[in-house]
Unconditional design. Structure first.
Length: 354
């Protein structure tokens, strides 16, 4: 669980700081527990990661000086994605108020590689000639995280149980039902279902296209905008032969939303790229066009869920899926997974469209 740091967490955080393998203090007496308390009394923000009642990592950022003062993980908990989750929580709050963040770290270290992967750039050596100054900017140089994805706070909840299962709506094809346009499951998603089908999760499977048009059927895509635009009457959903399927798609979208609300769905896992269930990327116009065009934004059914306040992830959102699995299984395995919007194809394709 990622939560705000309390004064009572300082002793545990200080122990972690003294035990780290990199960026060790040359003189441990230079940083005392009182320094943490003095830091927290200023315009600063701090968080800890707590696992089974134990503090496993912490991050502290100075808002006035725009400086990342500390980000450390206990050695026995390294490689579990804790540093990444702490850093993400910090950035989400920090960049709501500031646009530039700096830090210093040892060159040619694992820490340097971690920060460079997170988008920091080199600003040369510090005045002591030993440490490297790195800098992170927001928002122009950093891609915007899609708002339909679950926030980090979504995963900071008690582990689901059979008595209180997590309710997840799922594209029926991902759930193993042969409802794709050709009667298939749109690929083999056995590995995804292998950890979702369990007493701690209640799956609600639904295929909006099958609901309105049956199976098999033609393939619909949004023309003139994304799923939000179709719901608002600003764009149309057309089958591959040009038939206007807008009315059926909108009807299915609201049926999916209504079922989700009745079943008290907390999260949806949907098939990306689909004109109905796509979330991060869909086609702008027909996918069968000679020069196919992609667009950011959801399909029609996914748009209805998002507007109802239900977070949506796709089978391509590896980081969110890993965090969900960690929540369900009570593990912390997250390492360097990326959601679809963070991957090279997405970044490269939409950078060219700007």
């Amino acid at each position: 669980m990622i939560r705000e740091m309390l004064p009572s967490d300082v002793p545990a955080a200080h122990v972690i700081r003294l035990r780290v393998r990199e960026n060790r203090l040359s003189d441990p007496s230079k940083v005392t527990e009182q320094d943490y308390h003095a830091f927290m009394a200023r315009d600063t923000m701090s968080w800890v990661c707590e696992v089974d009642g134990l503090i496993t990592g912490f991050v502290m950022v100075d808002m006035e000086k725009r400086n990342l003062w500390a980000l450390f993980v206990a050695p026995e908990h390294e490689g579990k994605g804790i540093g990444r989750r702490l850093h993400d929580a910090m950035c989400s709050a920090y960049f709501a108020r500031k646009d530039l963040l700096r830090l210093s770290t040892g060159p040619a270290s694992r820490a340097e590689r971690f920060y460079r992967r997170a988008g920091y750039t080199d600003r040369g050596l510090a005045s002591n000639g030993k440490e490297l100054i790195l800098e992170l900017t927001q928002p122009d140089q950093m891609p915007a995280r899609p708002q339909h994805l679950p926030a980090a706070s979504f995963f900071d909840r008690p582990r689901p149980t059979a008595e209180r299962p997590l309710v997840v709506m799922m594209s029926a094809c991902l759930g193993g039902i042969g409802c794709g346009v050709d009667g298939s499951t749109n690929g083999d998603h056995t590995s995804l279902r292998s950890w979702l089908i369990r007493p701690e999760v209640r799956l609600v499977k639904f295929c909006p296209e099958d609901f309105s048009f049956g199976t098999p059927r033609m393939t619909p895509d949004s023309h003139g905008g994304n799923g939000f635009d179709v719901l608002d009457g600003k764009a149309r959903s057309l089958a591959e032969d040009g038939t206007d399927w807008t009315e059926g798609m909108v009807k299915a979208a609201y049926e999916m939303r209504d079922r989700a609300l009745r079943e008290q769905v907390e999260l949806a896992i949907l098939m990306d790229i689909s004109g109905a269930c796509g979330s991060t990327v869909t086609y702008l116009g027909s996918r069968f066009a000679e020069n196919k065009v992609y667009q950011k934004g959801p399909g029609v059914a996914a748009a209805s869920l998002i507007r109802a306040g239900i977070p949506v992830i796709s089978q391509r959102d590896d980081r969110s899926l890993r965090m969900l699995r960690d929540l369900i299984e009570g593990t912390t395995v997250l390492q360097d997974e990326r959601d679809h919007w963070e991957k090279e194809w997405y970044q490269g394709y939409f950078a060219q469209q700007q």
